[in-house]
Design a protein around this ligand. Structure first.
Ligand code: SF4
Length: 255
């Protein structure tokens, strides 16, 4: 797909073209792909902070193996819980945090479930999750988008970096600001937001790397500010040589 955006396009136009091009470059997702239960999504996202996916999964499995279920995790001695999740970055901080989250859910809902969020308006659910210790906009958005198809946008470090480099947001806009600006620029359609989030997440992990972006491979080069600054305007040859789709031979896409 040819892009209609240019280096001087308004940020909202760049955001939409980013979505269209990456939706073609990477496999599009459907909303049937709920990857894990709401409780698991919430607690796993707490565990994942600055932690690899493999270490997060290991911590989650060890925690449930050691304590059986959420009631067991809540009742566990905090030091033992910290030991079980020791593959995460800050187990001594995360263990009491997880127990406080579980305590609040139990106290307010009478069970370890988040299913009530399905019925709640998006803003109310976002606020409720956000009030939990250690739950920021990103985690709250992940739970609401992935599990309840609410029209919100998780902005992780990859989405944030690409939005800055391309010029969808200002170069100094914070992740929380990016969350607000990108959401205003995109349709309030959870399928679009799901694909935008995942595709930019994959792109940040595989192409637009923090240390050394692989711009040759990138379909966004025709309107990306970073590309313009480092290489000048993309030539017709450079655009023609850009792959149209992710090649599985380059490696597996992240989870
Ligand atoms: S052109 Fe380069 S800097 Fe811009 S989004 Fe693509 S990989 Fe990232």
């Amino acid at each position: 797909m040819a892009t209609t955006a240019t280096y001087t396009s308004p940020p909202a136009e760049k955001t939409w073209q980013d979505h269209l091009l990456l939706n073609e470059f990477y496999p599009p997702l459907t909303q049937d792909t709920v990857r894990r239960s709401p409780m698991r999504e919430l607690i796993s996202t707490v565990l994942s902070h600055r932690t690899t996916h493999a270490d997060e999964e290991l911590a989650y499995d060890r925690m449930l193996e050691a304590f059986g279920d959420w009631a067991g995790v809540l009742a566990a001695p905090t030091a033992e819980l910290a030991h079980a999740i020791r593959t995460t970055r800050w187990p001594d901080t995360q263990a009491p945090r997880i127990q406080e989250i579980l305590r609040r859910i139990w106290a307010e809902r009478g069970g370890f479930t988040l299913d009530f969020l399905e019925e709640w308006p998006t803003e109310r659910g976002m606020q409720w999750l956000n009030d939990m210790p250690g739950i920021g906009l990103k985690t709250a958005s992940l739970v609401l988008l992935f599990n309840f198809r609410k029209p919100v946008l998780p902005v992780d470090t990859h989405v944030h970096r690409i939005a800055q480099r391309v010029g969808m947001i200002g170069p100094k806009a914070s992740a929380d600001k990016a969350h607000q600006v990108l959401l205003e620029q995109l349709p309030k359609d959870s399928l679009v937001l799901l694909n935008f989030h995942k595709h930019n997440y994959w792109h940040g992990q595989r192409v637009c790397l923090y240390a050394k972006p692989d711009c040759l491979k990138c379909p966004l080069k025709g309107f990306c500010n970073y590309y313009l600054e480092h290489y000048g305007p993309a030539t017709e040859e450079a655009l023609a040589a850009t792959p149209k789709k992710w090649d599985p031979d380059w490696g597996a896409l992240p989870h």
